[in-house]
Structure formats: C-alpha cells, structure tokens
Design a protein around this ligand. Sequence first.
Ligand SMILES: *Cc1c(COP(=O)(O)O)cnc(C)c1O
Length: 426
Amino acid sequence: MILDNMSPKLAIDGGIPAVSAPSGPIFPGSMLIDEEEEAAVLQVLRSRQLYRYHGPDEEPSQADQLENRFATHMNVNHTLAVNSGTAALICGLQGVGIGPGDEVIVPAFTWMATATAVMLLGGIPVVAEVDESLTLDPRDVEDKITPYTKAIIVVHMRGVPGHMKELRALATKHNLAFVEDCAQAIGGSYSERRLGSIGDVGCFSLQLSKIITSGEGGMLISNDETIWKRAVMFHDVPGAERVNLAPEETIWGINFRMSELSAAVALVQLTRLDGLLDQLRMQKSMLKSGLKDIANRKGITFRDLPDKDGDTATTLTWFVETPERAQRVTEALQAENINARVLYHPDISDQHVYAHWSGLLNKQSWTAEGGPWRWAKREIEYTPDMCPRSLDLLGRSITINVNPFMENTEMEETVDGIERVLEVLT
Ligand SMILES: *Cc1c(COP(=O)(O)O)cnc(C)c1O
C-alpha cells in the first residue's frame, strides 16, 4: 500500500504528467502506409485502368483480386468490394430482403450508419439495449422482436465480438436474417470463426478510422449465394450481368462500386491485418496485466468480452461507479497525457449513441411526407431515454484506444498514469 503523501501529485492537480508527451490519435492501418501502398497505387495509375471492368490495357482488376483474397482470409464463399461500410450494410440488408416497413433491430451503441442503412431501404430501425459487453443484449433483442421484425444487426463495437451464439439462436428461432456489422472489428473472431462469416451476411468498412483502410471503402461477405448475387446486382447498375440469372430473377441496382485505386491500397493493407492484430493484442494484454493489481484492489470491472480470444484488442474499456466519476477520471487521465474518453455524455454530440441520433428520434426525412415510418405496420415511438441501461453503462465507461506501436517506456508510463489516477479517484 502506497502512502498518500508518497504518491506523486496528479497532473490535474498540478503534478508532472505520467506520460511525457501526448500520443496523437491512433489510426492503425493508415499509420503503416508506406512504399508498398504507394507502388500499388502507382501501378494502377500507370496501367490507366482505374475502373474494375475495363481499361486501355486490360490489366487484372484490383477489386477482383481483393475479393478473392478477402474470401480466403475470411474463409467464406462470396465477397463483394464496395465503396463504403454504409454501402456494404445497404447491400447486405437488401441482400437479405429488407424493404419498406420491415423492422430491423439495431444496438443503442453503434455508428449511426447501421440505422441509416436500414432507413434508406424503407426499413424501421428498432433500437435495443447493449449489455456489459457494449454489444447487443440478446435478452432485450428478444423483447423487441415483433411479428414485423425481419432482421437483427449485431455490431462488434470498438473491436469486440458480440454474443453470436445467443443472437444466432434467436434469429433462427424467429426466422430472422442475421447481419454482422464488422466495420470496427475486421479480422476479429468468435469461436475461432472470423467475424462476418457467422451471420447471413457480414459488412466491413475500410474508411480511415478503421483497423485497415483504403481511405474509403467497404467489403461484404456471405456464404449464401443468393444474398451475394442480390448484393452484386444492387451495388452496380449493370450488376445483373455479373451474376448469371434469368431476366425475371434480376433486380436493378445503384452504384456502390469500389475504385481500383482503393482496391489496390486495400490489397496491401489486408496483408498487414493479422500482424496488426497480433501487435494490438500484445499491447492490450500488457496494459491489462499492468493494471491487474489496481483493478483488483479497487474492484474495477472491465468491459465483458463474449469471446476473449477473438477480440481485435483495439480498445480497453472499464466501468466506474457514476457518470460524474467517469468524467473526472477521464479528465485526470487526459492531464496525464493518456488519451481516455467516456463513451457517452448527454451534452456532447456523438453519433455512436442512439440518444444523439436526432434524425431518427425526430423521424426526419428528405421529403415532407416523412421517412420509412409511413410504411410502419405499428406505431413506432423513439425517445432519448428508450434504452436507459445502455446510457447508464456508456456514461460510466472509460475507454482508451490501444496503440499497436507503443514503445515499452510509454507503455510503462501509461500504466503508471492510469494507476495513479485510479488510486486517487476511485
Ligand atoms: C464506420 C462504420 C460504419 C460505416 O462505414 P463507412 O465506411 O464510414 O460508411 C458502419 N458501422 C460501424 C459500426 C462503423 O464504425
């Protein structure tokens, strides 16, 4: 036990910060971009083939190669490259047949795109609670299923796999489509299967803040040929020409195609994925073991991990007793140059929490006639406090982004800084 008068003064009280310099924001994949990505892009530019289907020199398509390698990496039969994670979700939802008036269960904690993709197709998002894993709570999902529910979207938020076994069972029992939003958890797994390959369809983003990136981009995966064919047709105006179906089976599409330049970058980034995950996991386990003593002593609970081995380890999150305490601890950690934040504050806008989705809460739309709710088969009400448990948990959770490239001294300083703060403030 350290005596109070011997422990260093917290930086927030005027002491010297535990970590010598603040580390900047962390973008794992883009921080690795080097000559390999440069060469890949240059090669495409020099070939003048910037479009996946043809060009002056008829080079093999980068998007084709990306789809093939992604299929191997994820161990699935079918993949599709698109231009964003949102597009992947729209194509995936369309692939499983979501249309006007269909209810789709989404978690209270996710990037708003999970819900906007539903709305774009005329579907009705129904928001369900997250539990201590900060992913969908299967018990609340079951309570929210109605005769009009058509799908569940699990979101592996901040790198952590959701409750796949329980949700899969629910989807099967109620005959619902099961969609995985893997935008924040590419390469993660559950029961040794890659995330995205367990549901009916898996959707990924390659936008800059994700684990690996092509700046903008997305991928869709499925083992179901029909879902995949529908997605191919929807993502591309003439997509029906790619899937070899009878004319009466084809549907029209819009344009979500991936550019060859993005595909070239994504191909290189994919080769970096598993190494990056190894580094993230190593750093996170160092952090966690460094904090074991203080966590035990102070009775700190970490976020629940439905599959510990499948965690992508991009984040470390724990709960404190009250939102006020969470704010104080976070401010103190920031003063120590540790990049911590609280996942929800009612006054700080953040589109990762449903209580800030004003477009949904107010049922806003592009037209005066109103959005998808005009097709709803029952009265749908949204209120900012409709998922109180999620708001409580998120308001009390302190999270830090794991830096895959952290030096040992900075790791030691970080552990020391967190210990100091928790010692005094919890
Ligand atoms: C980033 C993200 C998306 C959307 O991906 P974009 O490529 O930005 O369209 C969807 N869901 C989640 C959980 C995300 O984090």
